[in-house]
Design a protein around this ligand. Structure first.
Ligand code: AHR
Length: 510
């Protein structure tokens, strides 16, 4: 009885519409006016599971090869991505983090319990100096998440002073005592995280005042300019955005948004590697919901900020599956070609809203949720999501090119979505970059790309695909899902024709 119901519900959830196998994209290369902020390709690192400890930081005395305590393999892999911004120390951890615990001689730092993430022991060996030095070495912007939930205004004010003051001030002197003469640069400052939840369970109205109080005392020392980000909504909480826009307005430079491709907060979220076609279509359809959500949050922002002064920062996004079975640290999950699609679709959407969306941070960089990199002791493997970021990094700082896509569609639970999804940009050298996905698991798409007024002389491409949608890289087989050279794009009189194989992600450079 149960079985029959399951089959029936699967059939009603998933419909495949008539397929032509052909799609058309028109790219308006002469109409680009918005720069894709490079921070859209940002990352997030929290004191959670083995993201920091074991993932990024092993300490100078570790047998795992390291550069001043940062594991060499992970450092080099992140560097290759040209990560523009790294968010730290949380997440939920941030609102219980007292930065003074993490400065000074390591052997004297207190050991605390990480209450948000399983009560594991946190020895504070990775703290402010370790994080800011890492960002300098990576040449990326640090994005600091301040403790508003359980901290004090004074504590956050002093943290900003410790990091950025060049003067003869108590916190600048403490920094010097801890071995760092020059201040670091701090631009992005998050004033709380998920203040509606783990960050203090506040109402939007109450948080608006708390934000103003905290941010008043975060001073700009010695020419350092802060870009303050208010803790924003989750998903479709438009009231949160509305209340903050109304009450805080341009006393903030950015407002955040969190959206996970997640089945729900209670119970099973599904396996990262064992899923069927129905789960896959759910994933794609759930991911694409962010498009409309961003549009609606932006519409509210436009109402209060028609001059587009406040940016939308999607500072947490990605897939959230069940923790991998076995002896793994919190929120450690595998990453398949399905996750690669989630990354590719999200990045295409973020590019589209580049006028308002100025930063996004996938959760998280190593060993947590939709990670770029997985580690186990000395072993390291790059995930399919890593490869998407590497293929898409060409869009960073380029000019967004408006485009229209006409394609076949798939339907999940009465929601129709296109099989082909794309984004295009023009970089400072005049090269045009196109990223394309075909989410159909079975059918290739013949894509005609029109580029009015563009003379194409050369096209080069890369493709990310695999035998099956659940394909993934392991420590034993790290090259199951890796990019390959793509040659099936032909120059035509009006642009290109591209044969996009089923379940593939393609990047083209013209
Ligand atoms: O990324 C994991 C957690 O998800 C973060 O700590 C929190 O902000 C969100 O709920």
């Amino acid at each position: 009885m149960k079985k029959i119901f399951l089959v029936a519900s699967l059939l009603s959830a998933m419909t495949i519409s008539a397929q032509t196998g052909a799609s058309k994209i028109t790219i308006h290369a002469d109409q680009g006016k918005t720069q894709i902020s490079k921070e859209i390709y940002g990352q997030f690192s929290e004191h959670l599971g083995s993201c920091i400890y074991g993932g990024i930081w092993v300490g100078e005395n570790s047998p795992i090869p390291n550069i001043k305590g940062y594991r060499t393999d992970v450092f080099n892999a992140i560097k290759e991505l040209k990560v523009p911004v790294l968010r730290w120390p949380g997440g939920c951890f941030a609102d219980e983090y007292h930065w003074m615990d993490g400065v000074g001689p390591r052997e004297k730092r207190p050991t605390i319990s990480n209450n948000n993430w399983g009560g594991v022991i946190e020895d504070n060996s990775f703290g402010t100096n370790e994080f800011f030095n890492l960002c300098e070495m990576l040449d990326c912007e640090p994005y600091l998440s301040g403790n508003v939930g359980s901290g004090t205004v004074e504590e956050l004010a002093k943290w900003v002073e410790y990091i950025t003051s060049a003067g003869n001030s108590p916190m600048a002197n403490l920094r010097r005592q801890n071995g760092r003469e020059k201040p670091w640069k701090l631009k992005y400052l998050g004033v709380g995280n998920e203040s509606w939840g783990c960050g203090g369970n506040m109402t939007a109205q109450f948080y608006s005042d708390v934000y103003k109080r905290y941010s008043t005392y975060c001073r700009e020392y010695d020419g350092n300019k802060l870009f303050k980000i208010a803790s924003g909504a989750s998903d479709v909480d438009y009231n949160w955005t509305e209340t903050l826009m109304k009450n805080i307005g341009n006393k903030m430079e950015g407002i955040s948004l969190h959206y996970y491709t997640c089945k729900g907060w209670e119970g099973s979220k599904g396996s990262a590697t064992k899923f069927d076609k129905n789960d896959y279509l759910w994933t794609i359809s759930k991911t694409l919901e962010i498009d409309d959500m961003i549009k609606k949050h932006i519409a509210i922002m436009d109402k209060y900020d028609p001059k587009n002064k406040v940016a939308l920062m999607v500072d947490e996004w990605g897939t959230w599956w069940d923790q991998e079975p076995g002896n793994h640290t919190a929120l450690y999950q595998q990453n398949t070609l399905r996750d690669a699609f989630v990354a590719a679709l999200n990045l295409n959407i973020f590019n589209k809203y580049a006028e308002r969306v100025k930063m996004t941070n996938i959760a998280q960089v190593v060993n947590v949720l939709q990670a770029m990199i997985l580690t186990e002791g000395p072993k390291m493997v790059l995930t399919p999501t890593y490869h998407v970021f590497n293929m898409y990094k060409v869009h960073m700082g380029a000019t967004y090119l408006p485009l229209e896509v006409t394609s076949d569609s798939l339907t999940y639970n009465k929601t129709k979505f296109p099989i082909v999804n794309a984004s295009a940009s023009k970089d400072s050298k005049g090269l045009i970059h196109i990223t394309l996905t075909n989410v159909d698991l079975d059918k290739d798409q013949k894509v005609t790309i029109d580029l009015p007024n563009v003379k194409i002389t050369k096209v080069e491409g890369k493709i990310l695909t695999a035998k099956t949608i659940d394909s993934h890289n392991t420590f034993e087989n790290p090259n199951v899902v890796v990019p390959a050279v793509f040659k099936d794009a032909k120059i035509t009189k009006t642009g290109l024709t591209v044969n996009v194989p089923a379940k593939s992600i393609i990047s083209l450079e013209l």
